[in-house]
Design a protein around this ligand. Structure first.
Ligand code: HEM
Length: 542
């Protein structure tokens, strides 16, 4: 008995010594500079998640450099990263060694299921391999007529409203219109499905997705309780977390679960119809049909299960419509504030229309419009609708840096060792304002920067124009070409036909971090996305 007690005590001591040794030899980031903690319990979490998107990141990047240490709950260190080389390493060179954060993935799972946004490592590789063929440049361009058609639907509605108004103008809420048009566009292009959102048809799927992101991911940005709760999840086993997400009565989860039920049912109906068409040899060219063919594949490397198939549809709905809708809204806000930019863009669109005679615009036409593309790139740079990405280090690692940072011990840090499990906040917003990459006026909206040919950087980070808006590397936005073609079509259509002016409310716009960065009116965040602009029909002087 005595020897048993002795063995147990010795084992206990051994475990404690091992734990202490591990703690003491753990790589420390304590010399990385950063802001003082606001409080031991909350750290700086409110600064990072509850200010306007980018506000804290820009300030800290200027004050401390491209890697900033800040505090999460109970003194936990986290890093905010905007240094180009460090980001390149995390996204590209060492992508699968920086997985997403488990508690955030649990949120991704309730919103999209076990699809590509949620998947990690080999499962992610398989999803990506199956989906990539649907998202090439050729495929994206083939949807251009669909996008133009849905942009034209907006135009017709706006014209009706404006023409019947007393002073031939109307105040229109951009995100509401853009969101419905983009939902219809993705429905048709990706699923060959009509949401009928523009026609206000009582479609339960479009109703289910309404404000989903704001209710779920946006909760941490509005409420301190939600912010603490979601950060406490880091300390819970995944099984407990899973129980919470499946049973909690909080609106954060009830909205997501209700959407899941409707979306899975519609996805199943669609998949059944498309499988039938596939069996009969009638292949359609929408993305869902491509995935259904993968579902029927015999090869496990390119196969998707039914659950994965439904999840991809939910992923594309979520990732593929509020993102583009918000980007269009931000573009129109900037054009309303910069009337000269708006006039130049319209002049280019009209010139192109004259050049092509009466025919409809084609992808090659919009590709050959330098100012349109400069305005688009500048909007994506200035207002990246996914301003933060979250990752953790899967192993002890070393981050390379483009520029040394001055450690709190007075020594320059040229490479930064980080321990396994370190949570990283990757600031897309701050990288996009990096003066070394985008010039001294990076904080100004200036489409001309894209026309001067001066934007060369030795470190390529992003998947498009060296912007980080669509992220980079192995998990870069799979739909970025799709988004670009869609935004080209919508901008050419609405700016060619209408003039946009600011309103008193548009002077109070807040960049709301709400899963997707949406425009809200200061003091009215709980109402969700709002951006009222004054709109008139653009008349050509003959
Ligand atoms: C302006 C529009 C868009 C922006 C700014 C944007 C941005 C992003 C970003 C930053 C990521 C990386 C997320 C992460 O790794 O944590 C991402 C991933 C993704 N995006 Fe987009 N996106 C846009 C439009 C679209 C569209 C139109 C689609 C589909 C039609 C789409 C589908 C996806 C998918 C499926 C992923 C996951 C890719 C993977 O994990 O391999 N996105 N997007």
């Amino acid at each position: 008995m005595e020897s048993y007690t002795f063995s147990l005590t010795a084992l206990g001591l051994f475990v404690v010594v091992l734990g202490v040794r591990r703690y003491l030899t753990r790589i420390s980031v304590r010399h990385v500079p950063g802001p003082p903690s606001e409080s031991f319990v909350f750290g700086n979490l409110a600064d990072v998640h509850q200010n306007e998107a980018g506000e804290t990141d820009f300030k800290w990047q200027d004050l401390y450099g491209g890697v900033v240490r800040f505090k999460a709950l109970f003194g936990e260190d986290r890093l905010l990263v905007s240094d180009p080389k460090a980001l390149q390493y995390i996204y590209q060179t060492s992508g699968y060694h920086f997985p997403k954060i488990p508690e955030k993935q649990e949120m991704a799972k309730i919103m999209t299921g076990t699809g590509i946004l949620w998947a990690e490592a080999d499962v992610h590789k398989r999803h990506r391999k199956v989906m990539l063929p649907g998202f090439g440049s050729h495929e994206a361009k083939s949807y251009f007529p669909i996008f133009l058609h849905h942009a034209d639907q907006i135009s017709m509605k706006w014209k009706d409203i404006i023409m019947t108004s007393a002073d031939q103008s109307a105040v229109l809420d951009m995100p509401d219109w853009a969101s419905r048009a983009m939902l219809d566009a993705i429905g048709e292009a990706a699923f060959d499905y009509s949401f009928g959102a523009m026609e206000d048809v009582d479609n339960e799927l479009s109703k289910a997705y309404y404000n989903l992101l704001a209710d779920t991911l946006g909760a941490v940005n509005r409420s301190k309780a939600a912010l603490i709760m979601q950060n406490l999840w880091a300390y819970l086993p995944l099984s407990v977390l899973n129980y919470v997400t499946s049973n909690s009565k909080s609106p954060i989860f009830t909205h997501a679960r209700a959407t899941e039920r409707v979306a899975n049912r519609v996805a199943k109906e669609l998949v059944d119809a498309k499988s039938e068409a596939h069996l009969q040899g009638k292949g359609a060219k929408d993305i869902m049909s491509l995935l259904v063919r993968a579902n029927a594949s015999e090869d496990p490397r390119t196969q998707l299960s039914n659950a994965e198939l439904y999840a991809q549809m939910r992923t594309l709905m979520l990732a593929g419509h509020e993102t583009t809708a918000s980007t269009l809204s931000w573009a129109l806000l900037e054009l309303s504030k910069n009337q000269e930019v708006q006039r130049r863009l319209r002049a280019e669109i009209w010139e192109k229309e004259e050049e092509i005679g009466g025919r409809e615009l084609r992808p090659a036409d919009v590709d050959s419009m330098p100012y349109l593309n400069a305005v688009l790139k500048e909007t994506l740079r200035f207002h990246p609708v996914s301003p933060l990405n979250h990752r953790m280090s899967g192993r002890d690692d070393v981050l390379p840096l483009s520029k040394p940072i001055m450690g709190t011990n007075g020594e320059e840090i040229h490479k930064l060792p980080i321990p396994k499990g370190m949570r990283l906040v990757l600031s897309i917003a701050a990288y996009n304002r990096n003066k070394d990459v985008f010039g001294e006026d990076a904080d100004v909206f200036n489409p001309d920067r894209w026309l001067s040919g001066d934007l060369t950087s030795s470190v390529n980070v992003g998947v498009y124009s060296n912007l980080l808006t669509f992220a980079g590397g192995i998990r870069a936005c799979i739909g970025f070409r799709f988004a670009l073609v869609e935004l080209q079509a919508f901008l050419a259509e609405v700016v060619g036909k209408f003039e946009f002016y600011p309103t008193p409310q548009s002077e109070k716009i807040r960049r709301e971090p709400s899963g997707v960065m949406i425009p809200t009116i200061t003091g009215e965040s709980e109402k969700g996305a709002q951006l009222p602009l004054l709109v008139r029909v653009a008349a050509k002087d003959d």
